[in-house]
Write a protein that binds this ligand. Structure first.
Ligand SMILES: [Fe+2]
Length: 497
């Protein structure tokens, strides 16, 4: 992500220098799909808006101008998946923002993405700003907020100070996806939330609940207000029934490898709110029946990682539940139950690195004294992780020839990719995260005959290579006709020198 202005204040200064109408909000990229995205911004007074965009900073394309309005949501169509695009906003035909970039969503054959998720953020306090700063360092491809986006009552007047300003450095390049929390419902049953945020609507529920896919992951945002005491005022039974039907059908219809659901009220929590029994009764059976892998909630202001559960008991075949109400609001105590695997009282973000048939999950702290530290990590795996890669040496001098061994089941097709270390993040104990074969180079491929395959890796005798770190990762296809798709191997790293 290239953010060419540091925040809303600076953006406004830049846009003022360019034209007659200044942006009073944004820009923010939203509803980013594989082939289209929207850009949202606000001007006051109203202006005719357009987006100038392209695959390089030279831009070159311009969307049709809107009428004179204040809050703009402009569609940028005709994009290519997994591709970086650049844009700037025009107001009354004049450039009104700096130039920003975003990346389009991924199709299933590109099963790599990084997702940050937390809830209970909209306080405009130092903790919310600290989490925003952490997100800037972690560079997720999207952010999920599991409700209570705007405290205390989800009012329109709080949208800028408690959302658009704290995340101003992120919103131009990273799409945020939200879920409604009980505090967001306090004003007009959440109408300001619907009016101000740009989310991918579902045909059944509009922006109150919706689903989308990227990188072979189905992500579902649920409106869990009906789980709140008194929630029936805004969510009468027929509205809830319609959503539950939609949820079940949406999960059943998706053939994505991973199914992740996020919403506010946690079915399982060892925080002060405790287990939400309404969510357990109405939502959990659908998750269990439809093969949901991960459920992310807020409401309690702590991080809690539960076992995979079926009917409330540990069972590796069930969904895993994580509470991450750690986005800014005050911390709350944890009272550990036997199904709690990890609990952290603090602020930060839950982070998912999707890598084919594995998701590496972490909780990263944003608190003073532990900022950026990984306080919890675990890996979710689906299906086999073969073949595996192993190097004959971890360090090899220029001119040497280490070997890379590929091991797995006979008959598996495999390919191995590599990339230089530049630009990648190495976080112990997971090694290198978000290895991306679309960016790296293709090394070799073949079919395993059994027992593994050995490949020589001749390193040029060039002293300038000293210190270079090269990462290898493989992709494999199954020999089992019933197990389709791409599996991603472990990462092997080699230091030259
Ligand atoms: Fe809440």
């Amino acid at each position: 992500m290239k953010v060419l202005c540091a925040g809303l204040v600076l953006c406004v200064v830049v846009s003022s220098a360019f034209g007659q109408v200044a942006l009073t909000r944004g820009p923010a990229v939203c509803r980013v799909g594989p082939t289209k995205a929207k850009i949202q911004w606000k001007t006051d007074p109203a202006s005719a808006g357009a987006v100038e965009w392209g695959s390089s900073p030279a831009l070159g394309n311009t969307t049709p101008a809107t009428g004179a309005i204040k809050l703009h949501e402009v569609l940028v169509p005709g994009l290519t998946p997994s591709t970086t695009y650049y844009y700037r906003v025009l107001a009354n035909g004049v450039p009104a923002s700096g130039t920003f970039s975003f990346r389009t969503a991924h199709e299933p054959l590109h099963p790599f993405t990084r997702i940050a998720a937390f809830g209970d953020s909209g306080k405009a306090n130092s903790e919310q700003y600290a989490v925003a700063s952490l997100l800037g360092a972690l560079e997720p491809e999207m952010v999920l907020i599991a409700g209570d986006v705007i405290y205390p009552e989800g009012e329109s007047s709080d949208m800028d100070p408690k959302y658009f300003v704290p995340y101003a450095a992120l919103l131009p390049g990273i799409p945020f996806y939200l879920a409604l929390g009980n505090h967001d419902y306090e004003t007009d049953c959440g109408q300001p939330y619907l009016d101000n945020f740009c989310l991918p609507p579902s045909s059944a529920g509009g922006e109150r609940y919706y689903a989308f896919e990227t990188a072979d992951v189905l992500i579902v945002s649920v409106d869990s207000e009906f789980c709140d005491p008194g929630g029936f005022v805004c969510s009468p039974f027929w509205v809830v029934s319609e959503q539950l039907d939609w949820l079940e059908a949406t999960l059943a219809a998706s053939d994505a490898r991973w199914k992740v659901v996020f919403f506010h009220h946690p079915p399982y929590s060892d925080g002060s709110h405790g287990d939400n029994l309404v969510a357990q009764i109405y939502l959990v059976p659908i998750f269990e029946e439809q093969g949901v892998d991960l459920v992310i909630n807020g409401h309690d202001h702590s991080y809690q990682r539960f076992s995979p559960l079926v009917d409330g008991s540990p069972d590796p075949s069930g969904p895993r539940y994580v509470v991450a109400g750690t986005g800014g609001n005050g911390g709350s105590d944890i009272f550990p139950s036997p199904i709690l695997e990890a609990g952290i009282e603090g602020h930060g973000t839950f982070l998912l690195d999707v890598s084919g048939n594995q998701i590496h999950c972490r909780f990263v702290s944003a608190d003073p004294g532990s900022f950026g530290e990984v306080l919890d990590n675990f890996t979710m795996s689906k299906g086999p992780t073969t073949p595996t890669l192993a190097l004959s040496a971890e360090v090899s001098p220029p001119g040497s020839t280490p070997f890379l061994t590929v091991s797995g089941e006979a008959g598996e097709g495999y390919g191995v990719f590599f990339s230089l270390g530049t630009g990648y993040l190495e976080v112990p104990p997971h090694g290198v995260l978000l290895i991306d074969p679309m960016v790296g180079g293709f090394l070799f491929s073949g079919t395993l005959l059994g027992g593994g395959a050995l490949h020589a890796l001749p390193i040029p005798p060039t002293p300038v290579l000293n210190g270079t770190r090269v990462y290898f990762q493989g992709a494999a296809t199954s020999t089992e006709p019933s197990v389709g798709g791409l599996w991603i191997t472990n990462v092997s790293a080699l230091t030259i020198g």
